[in-house]
Write a new protein. Structure first.
Length: 315
């Protein structure tokens, strides 16, 4: 029995995810290499440094490769050289905002309102100038290129940079997985979802959890990740890889104990692996989580599955 999760990925505000990068091939044309899992604090860098290293200093600056991880703790590198100490958490958050609001560049007044809404205009303007100065000084430790630019009263990322942003790559992989799944290509869809999972090192701007501007994006990406894990577990279940499916369901439940679809799929995995007692225990865990977190009973479909397993019926 196959369960299909119902969440669809959507851009929460139109400002986060631009069109897929030209460096990413057509997802329906050729398979893409999976993205490896990376522990927090490490960088996944696109393969651009080899070409850049052979260029002269001026040309190399023009084509500098900026790699940024915003999922989990902020990690930044320019041409494979990681950025070290950041002057403040606010500077990291401001850099994340500029990276995810590139079209159009945000005006000075918008940045002042987002980051210093309670301050008088003169004070917030001064705070913005200090933060921009700190960002530029930090980035100058790895490149002579002016990464942060100002034009027409707005701030943005230097257009000559070759930007690789994990958030955009993550969303591209998830969307590719959806397309392959809908086309009936389970193997390719599995690889795309696994790649997306490998990119998700943690919540969006995990070292700036109290920044209000990032909350909606953080929730959107967290749900997108859970949806990708749910779809991935369903694909493994359909292929009879019950141990792998069970491990993914457990991860989903750890993040959201009230995901009944994950509980049901895990119950089926246990039953098909000859462990009905674990399936019945999982049902109890599901009922308890729903009562404690939401004050509701289990869905009738979950209760029916429990009765089928208890009656030794195939599920």
């Amino acid at each position: 029995m196959k369960e299909t999760p119902g969440i669809r990925l959507a851009d929460p505000g139109g400002s986060l995810v631009a069109a897929a990068s030209a460096a990413i091939p057509d997802p329906l044309a050729a398979p893409s290499a999976p993205v490896a899992q990376h522990p927090p604090g490490t960088l996944h860098l696109p393969a651009v440094s080899g070409t850049l290293a052979s260029l002269g200093p001026e040309r190399r600056d023009t084509l500098a490769g900026l790699s940024v991880h915003l999922l989990g703790p902020l990690c930044v590198a320019v041409d494979d050289v990681p950025v070290g100490d950041w002057p403040s958490a606010r500077c990291r958050s401001l850099f994340g905002y500029l990276l995810t609001h590139r079209e159009p560049w945000p005006p000075r007044e918008v940045l002042m309102d987002v980051f210093w809404p309670e301050s008088p205009p003169e004070a917030s303007r001064n705070s913005l100038n200090v933060a921009i100065h700190g960002l530029r000084r930090t980035l100058r430790t790895v490149t002579n290129l002016p990464v942060i630019q100002h034009s027409g009263g707005a701030y943005g990322i230097h257009p000559g940079l070759r930007l690789w942003l994990d958030v955009e790559e993550f969303e591209s992989r998830v969307e590719n997985g959806h397309r392959r799944e809908e086309a009936g290509d389970a193997d390719r869809a599995t690889r795309e979802y696994e790649s997306a999972d490998g990119l998700y090192r943690g919540d969006f701007l995990a070292d700036g959890l109290y920044e209000e501007w990032a909350a909606l994006t953080r929730d959107h990406l967290r749900l997108a990740h859970l949806d990708a894990l749910s779809r991935l577990s369903n694909l493994h279940f359909g292929a009879g890889r019950y141990a792998t499916c069970a491990a993914l369901c457990q991860r989903i439940i750890e993040c959201d104990p009230c995901r009944e679809d994950a509980h049901r799929r895990l119950m089926r995995c246990y039953s098909r692996q000859g462990q009905p007692h674990l399936a019945l225990l999982q049902y109890r865990a599901c009922v308890q989580a729903l009562a404690a977190e939401l004050g509701v009973d289990a869905d009738p479909a979950t209760a029916r599955l429990h009765d089928q397993i208890r009656g030794h019926e195939p599920v």
